[in-house]
Structures are given as C-alpha cells and as structure tokens.
Design a protein around this ligand. Structure first.
Ligand SMILES: Cc1cc2nc3c(=O)[nH]c(=O)nc-3n(C[C@H](O)[C@H](O)[C@H](O)COP(=O)(O)O)c2cc1C
Length: 221
C-alpha cells in the first residue's frame, strides 16, 4: 500500500530503473467532482498525462454527467448472482461495466462532509450491495473481487483530518468487496490563500501514476 498523503519518493527511486518498461493495464477513473476546472480536476490532469506517457489506457467517467440514483434498499439485486440485478434503470450498469473492464479503479473526489461527493456515494452504495451477493437466499460471488483500487482526493482540512474517514471507508469497502486497496493521494485546498496547483503537486501526482504502474509490475513478476 502507498504512503498515505504524500507519495514516498524513496520507494519510487528503488524502482526507477524500470520506468521505461511497458506494463499493460487499464485504468477506470471515476470522477466525483462537480467542478470541471476545480482542484480535483487540476490534480487529475497531470495524472492522466502521465498515464498517457506510460502507454496506460485510462477511461474517465464524470459521475455528474451520469444518472446514478440512490440505492432503494429493496435487495432485489440479491436474487441475481452473476450480475448487478438492480431494478433501477439508470446509468449504473454502464459505469459498473467500465469498472469490470479495467485493472485499476481510481476514485477521484473532493471531500464533502468528510467523505466523497454525492454521485460517488450513490455509486458506491449500489456497487457494494449489488456487487456482493451475500444477503440473498443463496450466497454468490463478489463481482469486483481481485480488482485494484486507488484514490485521488482534495480537501480543505489537513489531509489526515479531511481525508482520514474517506480512506478508512475505502479500506473497508475493498475488504468487503474483495478488492485490493492500493493507496490514496491527497492534497489540501488552502481556500484561495495560494494557488492549488504547484510544481511539487504536479510532480507528486505524476509519481503516483508511476507508482501504480510499478506496483502492478511488481505483482506480476
Ligand atoms: C459542499 C462542500 C463540502 C466540503 N466538505 C469538506 C469536508 O468535510 N472536509 C474537508 O476537508 N473539505 C471539505 N470541503 C472542501 C473541498 O473538499 C475542497 O475545496 C476541494 O478541493 C474541492 O475540490 P473541487 O475543486 O474538485 O470541487 C468541502 C467543500 C464543499 C464545496
């Protein structure tokens, strides 16, 4: 797992020699910010550029553009074992398919009320329930088992305080769903007192992209 709030450059240096190797992987970036030109988007831009440089395929889904309604708690999804089985007809299935089709899921979100934004919470609620067939007459699979997950976050409080609950939630989400939690990258919004982006942040989020790639490479050796 990666260092919590600032990527540990020393660890990265140990593997730097293999930077040019091609590692095949596909990322699904789920973006929870409503702000196209916001802080989270500003971090995501160099992250995606770095992915492109590495030849990593990354699909970005802006959750605000999708219609994902809140879970109704009807539990109908537990009657279908090999698919989501949700009775709501909205964009969940398409977004879930993108999650199934990738190797690493990246949850990018500003912290709202100490957790993720509402569209992302609606997605997670429905995926953790319909995607884990534990609660019906017959027990079934965990549909995202084996996927890897990492997060890119911005918040107003110091990261430990602002993003700590979100990270704990992610760890439990992964444990429950059988995913591998890879780590979290977080930077603070100083509320206009200084520009959100700077050289350190840009480099650090690029390193985070490299770290994800290298971690997968190490796992495959
Ligand atoms: C509605 C709202 C709720 C927020 N709640 C929190 C919070 O609970 N903790 C925190 O650290 N920051 C909080 N923030 C600050 C944002 O996380 C921060 O400004 C973030 O960088 C905004 O990202 P964006 O530009 O991508 O929207 C909140 C901001 C808004 C607008």
């Amino acid at each position: 797992m990666f260092t919590l709030y600032s990527w540990n450059i020393l660890w990265y240096d140990r593997y730097k020699c293999s930077k040019d190797e091609v590692v095949w992987m596909k990322l699904c970036v789920l973006m929870g910010s409503p702000r196209r030109e916001g802080n989270t988007a500003a971090l995501l831009r160099p992250f995606l550029e770095e992915c492109k440089t590495m030849g990593v395929d990354a699909e970005t889904v802006w959750l605000c553009d999708r219609r994902i309604s809140p879970c109704q708690g009807c539990k109908t999804c537990q009657d279908l074992l090999d698919g989501l089985g949700c009775i709501q007809e909205d964009d969940l299935q398409a977004v879930f398919q993108a999650m199934l089709d990738c190797d690493v899921i990246i949850l990018a979100t500003p912290i709202y009320a100490f957790f993720c934004t509402t569209p992302m919470k609606a997605l997670l609620d429905r995926v953790i329930y319909a995607g884990v067939k534990n609660y019906g007459r017959e027990k079934g699979p965990r549909l995202l088992e084996g996927k890897r997950l990492a997060s890119i976050v911005t918040c107003g409080y110091p990261p430990e305080e602002g993003a700590g609950l979100w990270e704990e939630g992610l760890k439990r989400f992964c444990r429950h769903g059988g995913l591998e939690y890879m780590g979290l990258f977080c930077r603070r919004d100083w509320g206009g007192r200084e520009p959100f982006m700077n050289g350190e942040r840009e480099q650090a989020v690029r390193d985070f992209a490299q770290a994800i790639r290298l971690s997968i490479r190490e796992a495959e050796l």
